[in-house]
Design a protein around this ligand. Structure first.
Ligand code: ATP
Ligand code: MG
Length: 218
């Protein structure tokens, strides 16, 4: 459906047809995201989620995530900053698409639930016998999560603070999927939040290193 829309958009068409096709394309993409989340969730539930092990560049994932975050932020008047330790090894071994998914889920939430201030993505690493622990933190100055809601944050389909989040699209599957992926990789995820002030999610994920070349070399 999205491909056919793109073919139409490449044609010489009227403004109305262009706007309609653009709407179909965006709706198709949103629907695809929901279907993919449902499939991921169901795969995890039935114990059939398989992780890949391939060599990848952390810098590729970071630039993808940064592009996505800037696009998702759109015209929203919030800052988006990235602080990445330049010494992290760039060439790692693991499942790059799932690492990207974890980073993007946390960033998307931060953007969706922040209306003032901004978001800070911090990436660090700690040397371990098997490689590194990759530490991804996403901190926002958004609406925050109430203390009584925090313990249900990883439950499927749960969404909180409905008065504020009603107008924000979401299914309530992002965090449960993120937590399960982190844990399948042998990692842990934690959250700190102050209601009305902001939230920080931190994922610590063991990854193998395939080359010690640092992510930024000057
Ligand atoms: P989606 O399935 O599209 O991710 P979602 O964002 O609603 O939908 P989750 O990512 O699982 O679902 O998050 C669950 C709920 O936790 C959200 O609906 C929101 O109420 C709350 N939440 C998650 N991240 C944040 C955040 N950074 N700040 C405030 N509330 C948050
Ligand atoms: Mg989400």
């Amino acid at each position: 459906i999205m491909g056919m829309c793109e073919l139409n958009l490449a044609e010489d068409i009227s403004d109305t047809v262009r706007e309609n096709s653009e709407n179909i394309r965006v709706s198709g993409k949103n629907l695809l995201n929901i279907v993919n989340d449902l499939l991921d969730f169901s795969k995890i539930e039935s114990g059939k989620m398989q992780l890949a092990t391939t060599e990848y560049r952390l810098s590729d994932i970071l630039s993808d995530a940064m592009n996505m975050a800037s696009a998702r932020k759109g015209k929203k008047k919030i800052e988006f900053a990235v602080d990445c330790d330049p010494d992290i090894p760039d060439y790692l071994r693991g499942d790059p698409s799932r690492i990207r998914q974890i980073m993007i889920n946390l960033l998307t939430n931060a953007i969706k639930y922040t209306n003032e201030g901004g978001i800070l993505l911090t990436v660090r690493s700690r040397k371990e016998s098997y490689g590194i622990n990759l530490i991804i933190s996403v901190k926002d100055s958004g609406i925050g999560i109430r203390k009584e809601d925090i313990r249900r944050i990883y439950d499927a389909y749960d969404r909180f603070d409905i008065e504020k989040t009603n107008s924000v699209e979401g299914t309530g599957l992002g965090l449960p999927i993120t937590k399960q992926l982190v844990e399948l990789m042998g990692g842990i995820i934690s959250v700190k939040s102050i209601y009305g002030e902001g939230t920080e999610f931190k994922a610590t994920i063991p990854q193998k290193v395939s080359d010690n070349k640092p992510i930024a070399h000057f």
